[in-house]
Design a protein. Structure first.
Length: 122
């Protein structure tokens, strides 16, 4: 992995190379890194295991401090590969409320936003 991003790179046990792959990945691959598992009902209905997260999807948090919370996706940040949810906030020391960033792997889609025709086809 000499270049900034290599298509030939397959895998490595070294965390530094795994991190480098994620940090330097182009947008079309970053999109694949924000895929999220579907709930059992959606898996059965759509015949897929995971889909890319999108603004408007309803998700359930399955790991961490907010485990069990169901919320709507407010925004998906591909630059940092994080997902921000509506009404899931943390209070800072100065009293401000800030949105909590989540990794897509810690979420599960419970309801899809099917307003887009392209997504319905998928």
């Amino acid at each position: 992995m000499k270049k900034r991003f290599s298509r030939e790179w397959i895998k490595s046990k070294q965390p530094r190379k795994q991190r480098k792959y994620r940090y330097n990945a182009p947008l079309h691959i970053r999109g694949k890194l924000v895929h999220c598992h579907l709930s059992k009902e959606l898996k059965k209905k759509h015949g897929k295991r995971a889909l890319r997260l999108r603004k408007g999807d309803k998700v359930k948090i399955v790991r961490g401090e907010f485990k069990g919370t169901v919320a709507k996706v407010a925004r998906v940040d591909l630059k940092r590969m994080k997902v921000y949810l509506e009404n899931v906030m943390r209070e800072r020391r100065d009293g401000r409320k800030v949105a909590v960033p989540f990794d897509a792997s810690n979420l599960m889609i419970t309801e899809l936003n099917l307003e887009d025709k392209m997504r319905m086809r998928r």
